[in-house]
Design a protein around this ligand. Structure first.
Ligand SMILES: Cc1cc2nc3c(=O)[nH]c(=O)nc-3n(C[C@H](O)[C@H](O)[C@H](O)COP(=O)(O)OP(=O)(O)OC[C@H]3O[C@@H](n4cnc5c(N)ncnc54)[C@H](O)[C@@H]3O)c2cc1C
Length: 490
């Protein structure tokens, strides 16, 4: 059942009538709810047992395959005040709180058994200070929608490569976005925040106010002990010319291709993004099952002008990459929306199930190992793929963020499921690939990490020191454990 404030009040009236009729149990429950302030919530309240509960529950995670976890109550906040009311209610009633922004996290941790799921997706305000080059954003705003607002004002941000991903979870867990080797991982551009803490207080966070919380929200990911109402972000002067070249290379050329990628990475400017993907992409107009496995390289230059952009692409243009390609499209000048349109492919399919990632200093060896495995033991779904991002971490300064950016390169891999029967085999493939990748693994990125599957590796995501400090901060700010920790954490 859907509760708006008005319907709640009418329920309350009928509840009071029941009380007069002697239904003491029901009236006691209603009185308790009213006392705890839930009636002041202007958003939607769904309870387990309501006829539309399952519809709401399943809509909370973006993925097609939903986990068997069932919160007692789902509250979709309509205002920042709702968030405060909901957290107070949860604390008073002993309900644990899981927060959600847009439901893309692969651990699907916003769905827990029991307690409250606090959905922040309706909080989408954006306030730009174009003179200062900063923005306040609420967590429900999606990456592409945010850029649509900043770009006409001359500003950009390393928002997620897939436009539908919301800033709420993306920022708190890191944020590998556009032009990331120049603009850095997105969470390092969080310069302030307002957060509802476990005691219901609204804390302002900046480099000078509660700086330990600023440190935490720069990377803690899906185990943070508070609900961020809004982030303050540093923006970047927008690129005047985004130019993309794309190449498809036969799979038997992978050893050569990875060598060429190493050379390009060594020579490239920070404003050139190099992403290499292995999957069934050729020929592109065939259905995935009839396509060949290939290596696909995207080189995206964030130039100050067309000439500057083309100069950034030089190391690619003069490499062996164009000559070894079976298909290529070079020097395409793209608007931001065209850039986003290119990403909405199989890459962003909600059929994703088992996924994993590593930070690595051996991207060539790691990518080759996974490409070989995809040939030897083809994943169940032809839409499964491996992604690698080359030379993305140029700063390595981790002291201001809980994120541990453990190496310069990134590899992630995604097993799709066409039906539920694929899920277990996918996890088997994943477990074996994790073993295979051990020699190249320097850390993991929490935003693309399934802590339910690999709880022991949670500490590796942060490093021992950061993990310890996050635990201390949790004990300080949420001593009674109002907010859930990481899924799978003991
Ligand atoms: C198709 C697709 C494309 C992606 N592309 C990228 C990419 O380009 N770069 C990249 O780095 N990652 C990418 N990701 C991963 C993505 O960044 C993470 O999955 C991220 O957690 C998603 O955020 P969300 O708000 O949608 O997730 P949710 O599942 O809603 O949130 C994840 C967790 O974050 C926490 N959280 C969310 N909002 C708040 C808040 N306001 N306050 C406190 N805690 C909060 C909660 O613990 C929540 O469980 C992609 C994922 C998908 C599915």
């Amino acid at each position: 059942m859907m509760f708006t404030r008005r319907s709640f009040l009418s329920r309350m009236v009928s509840g009071l009538s029941l009380m007069c009729a002697g239904a003491m149990g029901a009236s006691a429950a209603i009185a308790k709810t009213v006392a705890s302030g839930l009636h002041r919530i202007s958003g939607v309240i769904i309870r387990r047992g309501d006829s539309n509960y399952e519809l709401w529950r399943s809509s909370m995670v973006w993925y097609i395959f939903k986990p068997d976890r069932y919160p007692d109550t789902i509250i979709r906040a309509q205002s920042e005040q709702d968030v405060i009311q909901a957290v107070n209610h949860a604390r008073e009633q002993g309900l644990k709180v899981a927060t959600r922004a847009t439901g893309h996290n692969p651990a699907r941790g916003c769905l827990r058994n029991g307690g409250m799921l606090l959905d922040l997706s309706r909080l989408r305000e954006v306030e730009i200070d174009a003179d200062a080059g900063t923005a306040w954003v609420q967590p429900g705003i999606r990456s592409e929608d945010f850029i649509k607002i900043t770009h006409p004002q001359g500003w950009a941000f390393p928002a997620a490569h897939t436009g539908i991903v919301g800033l709420g979870g993306y920022l708190i867990g890191g944020g590998l976005g556009w032009n990331m080797s120049d603009w850095d991982i997105a969470c390092r551009s969080i310069i302030g925040a307002e957060i509802v803490m476990a005691d219901g207080g609204r804390l302002t966070v900046s480099a000078t106010e509660n700086p330990d919380l600023l440190w935490a929200i720069r990377g803690a990911g899906p185990g943070f002990f508070g609900a961020v109402l809004r982030y303050k972000l540093k923006l970047f002067p927008t690129a005047q010319a985004i130019i993309k070249s794309k190449y498809l290379v036969p799979i038997d050329k992978m050893p050569y291709l990875t060598k060429v990628l190493e050379e390009i990475t060594a020579a490239k400017d920070r404003r050139l993004e190099i992403i290499a993907v292995v999957g069934r992409f050729f020929p592109p107009d065939e259905p995935p099952a009839r396509r060949d496995l290939v290596g696909a390289v995207s080189a995206i230059a964030f130039g100050r002008s067309r000439e500057d952009g083309l100069a950034l692409l030089e190391p690619v243009a003069r490499s062996a990459l164009p000559a070894m390609s079976i298909l290529k499209k070079e020097d395409a000048l793209l608007s931001w929306s065209e850039l986003y349109a290119g990403q909405e492919t199989d890459h962003s399919s909600p059929n994703r199930t088992a996924i994993h990632n590593i930070w690595t200093d051996k991207p060539a060896e790691g990518l080759l190992a996974l490409a070989e495995r995809m040939q030897e033991v083809p994943p169940r779904s032809p839409r499964s793929f491996v992604l690698s991002a080359w030379g993305i971490n140029q700063s390595r300064d981790d002291s201001d963020s809980s994120l541990r950016y453990a190496a310069d390169h990134y590899i992630s891999w995604y097993q799709m499921a066409e039906t539920a029967d694929d899920i277990e085999p996918n996890f088997k493939w994943l477990d074996e690939s994790v073993e295979l990748m051990q020699p190249y693994t320097r850390g993991h990125y929490i935003n693309e990490f399934n802590s339910m599957r690999f709880p022991a590796a949670l500490e590796v995501c942060f490093g021992t020191e950061n993990w310890k400090r996050l635990g201390e901060l949790r004990r300080k700010y949420d001593p009674k454990g109002v907010f859930h920790g990481y899924l799978g954490q003991t």
